[in-house]
Design a protein. Structure first.
Ligand SMILES: [Zn+2]
Length: 406
């Protein structure tokens, strides 16, 4: 009985559960552990009162941590008890969660492997699981994590849209900017979607205590925030504003490149990313040619200069000074004779009050950049997701900062 006793200790199994047999199948590289329930009564899973045993269910199997390189499985016929209040119920087992085919120790290990591995596929192979099994473990892990999430104050949040799968399906995500974690995601990017996102991600108490929200200049989100979090300041952040200005520069370049190519001038070919980078991040091999383009009288050079000069806006410490800088920047942009630049400048001006809030709160979705690249990894890892729910689970599993261990 020594081996049985040893396994009982390893599994933390004690009376009335008993290990009746440990079968080592050398050829199949497998260890089978049979467990029996030895008492004639047991606790009702609903109310905990001790009730008489009714019958045994059919044999069930749980995968446990491997013993050396041997796959280890537990087998047991779970007893059902008859409760006066709740009827006939299956007794809960100490080694596994409800409806799981894996022991808690195995799930805890699988979660760590999934987080450490470079891809879900790699983890899946290491663990010897199929796709559905991995998804089920992740789902239970996220459920546990969400249940344990506390109600601490979350003063600064960011709400942002992301593309889900190819095409034009979007999701909205809500991020705790200081904690660097995704609190939840929902499908779509409408006002309704954003409202339900806020309700899902934050408790009523937490909603009341949000100080400021970083957002793109997107009406649907602003409306939802004004409605659900009326006390919070909106901060249209620098991350999105620089994206908008980059878009304008790129539009100017594309149009001008087309016109130049028609005249046999290929100067702007292949220069897209040089105009979109911050000047100091340009790789050295481009410096010389780019300086020549930048100092030319091309339209894109003018657009670029306007975009770059907007960056000084963020260096001010006080909203008043930043506001004055904006006025001079705006009159330059509006006289630029570049339609896409003018359009973005007007957009920024009309949102200015909620951009100047940056100087009070200093928040930006760029702070969540590390998180964004993590979400990106989940997305590229997630080609197989047919459903939004599977995708949400993965985001929360990898980016939710949850305590998921069983
Ligand atoms: Zn009961």
């Amino acid at each position: 009985m020594e081996v049985e006793g040893h396994y009982a200790m390893l599994l933390g199994i004690n009376s009335p559960w008993e290990i009746s047999r440990v079968d080592l199948k050398l050829n199949q590289k497998q260890v089978d552990v049979d467990i029996e329930y030895t008492a004639g009564e047991g606790p009702c899973p609903e109310c905990g009162s001790i009730c008489p045993k009714h019958d045994d269910r059919k044999m069930r199997t749980w995968r446990h941590l491997d013993t050396m390189q041997f796959t280890t499985q537990l087998h047991c016929q779970l007893p059902r008890v008859r409760c006066d209040k709740h009827g006939v119920k299956t007794v809960e087992v100490p080694w596994a969660g409800k409806n799981s085919r894996f022991t808690l120790m195995f799930e805890g290990f699988a979660i760590r492997v999934l987080i450490a591995a470079r891809s879900i596929e790699e983890a899946r192979k290491l663990l010897g699981l199929n796709w559905h099994q991995v998804e089920a473990i992740k789902k239970r892990a996220v459920e546990r994590g969400l249940q344990r999430r506390d109600e601490n104050e979350i003063p600064y949040i960011g709400i942002d849209e992301k593309q889900f799968r190819s095409g034009h399906r979007y999701i909205s995500s809500l991020v705790d900017l200081q904690g660097g974690r995704v609190l939840d995601v929902v499908e779509d990017r409408t006002e309704e979607a954003c409202k339900s996102l806020i309700s899902k991600a934050l408790t009523a108490r937490q909603q009341e205590r949000v100080t400021a929200v970083a957002l793109d200049m997107w009406k649907a989100y602003a409306n939802a925030v004004n409605d659900k979090l009326p006390q919070a300041d909106i901060v249209h952040d620098r991350f999105h504003i620089s994206q908008h200005l980059n878009e304008a520069v790129d539009k100017v370049r594309r149009k001008e490149n087309k016109a130049l190519v028609e005249q046999g001038d290929g100067r702007l070919k292949g220069t897209k990313f040089q105009w979109l980078r911050n000047a100091e991040n340009l790789p050295e091999r481009f410096t010389e040619s780019f300086v020549a383009l930048r100092d030319s009288d091309l339209k894109v050079a003018r657009a670029w200069a306007i975009k770059e000069s907007f960056r000084y806006f963020w260096d001010y410490s006080y909203a008043g000074c930043a506001n004055r800088y904006f006025d001079s920047w705006y009159s330059w942009a509006i006289r630029s004779r570049l339609d896409s630049i003018k359009e973005k400048a007007r957009m920024i001006k009309s949102h200015l009050p909620n951009i100047l809030t940056y100087f009070k709160h200093g928040i930006s979705n760029a702070a969540a950049e590390g998180l964004n690249s993590k979400i990106q990894t989940v997305k590229s890892n997630a080609r197989g997701y047919r459903s939004f729910e599977g995708f949400r689970n993965s985001i929360l599993f990898y980016c939710g900062g949850l305590e998921m261990a069983p």
